[in-house]
Design a protein around this ligand. Structure first.
Ligand SMILES: [Zn+2]
Length: 356
């Protein structure tokens, strides 16, 4: 059955759609970017490398949950933890300011509850293990603030290992002893290991070390488009073997030619190689990226759903891609600490109880 845009958008209302990666908190930390405001006019879509995500457009796109990724500059690696905390503060402040629109979330139950109460669930992740500043106890500190994943590497070598690209990039360099300890500590605390940006050797060191499903929160695949940023078929199968998921990136330079249909091609390749339980969404919106044409901001997400349907994807698989795969990983790697005040219970009213 052909699916037009209206059909795709309607499907979103019946699926807990979740995007695993948007870098919006840095805009909030720096610019006081207001999540509640519709930024369409302030930052015209075609020229925007940021400003892709806000609450009105999340709603327009039929997104139930957004994982807000906190990142720090690759170099110099100073004050990283403090910057992450400021970004967490900014997201939590937005939840307090708009409790009727936004709710902190940790797991699949929170996402479904937020959707049922007409709110968007805000989850948190960290991009780059330099946020730990070499201190294993920082994993627990961030877990206690509700951080659901940590990307071990970003654009520079850090205490954990080497990136796929950037300062100190080296695909042959694996995890350091500290990096391996961090993986184990993340497993213990229920913080998901995110393998976006990491060197190939580091990727497989983490796979060997982990006892929990991992994710690659935002990536393209080499089977469709050659880029330093994309992962190969062996890596896809390795993620599948852990029970994990892979968020398809929307950034034009990693997707290759084409718009929503090109992103759909990456998702189809993930399914072909690793099975339909692996693909998820990892837009990388607001990550200084130019999105694939037609996926200009989060409101355009139904275009991807329609593109997948045009490729013959059945609704059962669409539901997995849009949300169920990522929610399964959140459920199977439960956070082992209870952050104060988070998640906001679906029934709560008034100002959020977040105290941290
Ligand atoms: Zn990234």
């Amino acid at each position: 059955m052909p699916m037009d845009l209206a059909d795709a958008r309607a499907l979103h209302d019946t699926v807990p759609v979740i995007d695993l990666h948007a870098d919006t908190p840095k805009l909030m930390e720096w610019l006081g970017y207001d999540l509640a405001q519709d930024h369409e006019r302030a930052l015209p879509r075609p020229m925007g490398i940021a400003g892709h995500v806000d609450l009105p457009r999340l709603r327009a796109g039929g997104v139930a949950a957004q994982v807000f990724s906190m990142w720090t500059f690759p170099y110099p690696q100073r004050g990283c933890a403090a910057s992450i905390h400021r970004q967490l503060d900014a997201v939590h402040a937005a939840v307090r300011a708009h409790p009727e629109k936004l709710a902190l979330g940790l797991d699949d139950d929170d996402v479904r509850a937020a959707q049922q109460s007409g709110r968007i669930a805000a989850l948190s992740g960290i991009e780059g293990g330099q946020a730990l500043e070499g201190d294993i106890d920082q994993v627990a500190t961030f877990a206690a603030r509700g951080v659901r994943y940590i990307g071990l590497l970003h654009f520079s070598a850090n205490q954990l290992g080497a990136p796929a690209f950037g300062l100190g990039a080296n695909h042959g360099r694996g995890l350091t002893d500290f990096g391996k300890e961090v993986v184990t500590e993340m497993n213990r605390l229920g913080v998901i290991v995110d393998l976006a940006h990491i060197s190939r050797a580091g990727f497989f060191d983490a796979i060997e070390r982990t006892r929990a499903p991992v994710m690659v929160s935002h990536t393209g695949v080499l089977g469709v488009h050659r880029s330093w940023r994309n992962i190969d078929d062996e890596q896809l199968r390795a993620v599948a073997d852990t029970g994990g998921c892979v968020g398809a990136i929307f950034a034009r330079r990693f997707v290759g030619r084409g718009g929503a249909d090109a992103v759909a091609a990456h998702i189809q390749h993930i399914i072909k190689v690793a099975g339909e339980d692996v693909p998820a969404l990892g837009s990388d919106f607001d990550g200084a990226v130019v999105p694939a044409p037609g996926l200009d901001d989060v409101a355009d997400l139904p275009r991807l759903t329609a593109a997948l349907a045009r490729r013959g994807m059945p609704e059962r698989t669409l539901r997995k891609v849009l949300g169920e795969n990522a929610l399964r990983v959140l459920r199977e790697v439960p956070l082992q600490v209870t952050p104060p005040g988070a998640p906001t219970p679906a029934a709560s009213t008034g100002n959020g109880p977040e105290r941290a």
